[in-house]
Design a protein around this ligand. Structure first.
Ligand SMILES: [Zn+2]
Ligand SMILES: [Zn+2]
Length: 177
């Protein structure tokens, strides 16, 4: 498994619209073998999962016991969404680990992949790698893969929006009577 990609997919699932089966199929556009099995039950399960996942990203590991809470929340979710690992060598890719069986539902597969991906990011890279955009009224979450753990925004757009807002605030402060 490519744990970083699975963790990033989990972030994308938290951010993307997920009202119905079409939204879930859109999320799986690059994985047609999953997209074609999507059901209404998968959408319900994943909507609950992403509601529970958001605070994992929004927690500030630098503040108080924030890092402990990230771990606690992920452990809770791992207990609720069991992982069934197996080794596969399909498609001539060489042996690699899958975290959900072929007969698992789409929701079970995405939950297992996402949670394992996030768990490995937290263990290998640190709980401060999971973040939420700091721009006003954005709320998108991300996995910080920057070399110096400095990511604060979900996108260049939010970053420049925040810079402009900070500049205006400074100018207002400077010209205030
Ligand atoms: Zn595979
Ligand atoms: Zn943003």
């Amino acid at each position: 498994m490519d744990f970083l990609r699975y963790a990033e997919r989990a972030a994308t699932m938290v951010n993307a619209p997920l009202e119905d089966e079409d939204d879930l199929r859109a999320l799986l556009a690059d994985r047609p073998w999953l997209a074609e099995r999507v059901s209404a039950a998968d959408v319900r399960t994943l909507r609950r999962l992403r509601r529970d996942l958001r605070p994992v990203f929004a927690e500030d590991p630098e503040a108080g016991d924030g890092a402990d809470r990230v771990v606690e929340r992920l452990n809770d979710l791992l207990a609720r969404h069991p992982v069934s690992p197996f080794i596969s060598g399909h498609g001539g890719q060489g042996l690699h680990l899958h975290v959900a069986e072929r007969r698992s539902s789409v929701a079970e597969t995405l939950a297992a992949e996402g949670l394992m991906g996030l768990a490995i990011v937290v263990c290998d890279l640190g709980p401060d790698r999971l973040g939420e955009c700091q721009a006003d009224r954005c709320g998108q979450v991300f996995v910080d893969t920057s070399p110096n753990r400095s990511r604060r925004y979900c996108s260049d757009r939010c970053s420049s929006r925040a810079n402009v807002a900070a500049f205006r605030a400074r100018r207002r402060a400077a010209t205030a009577p």
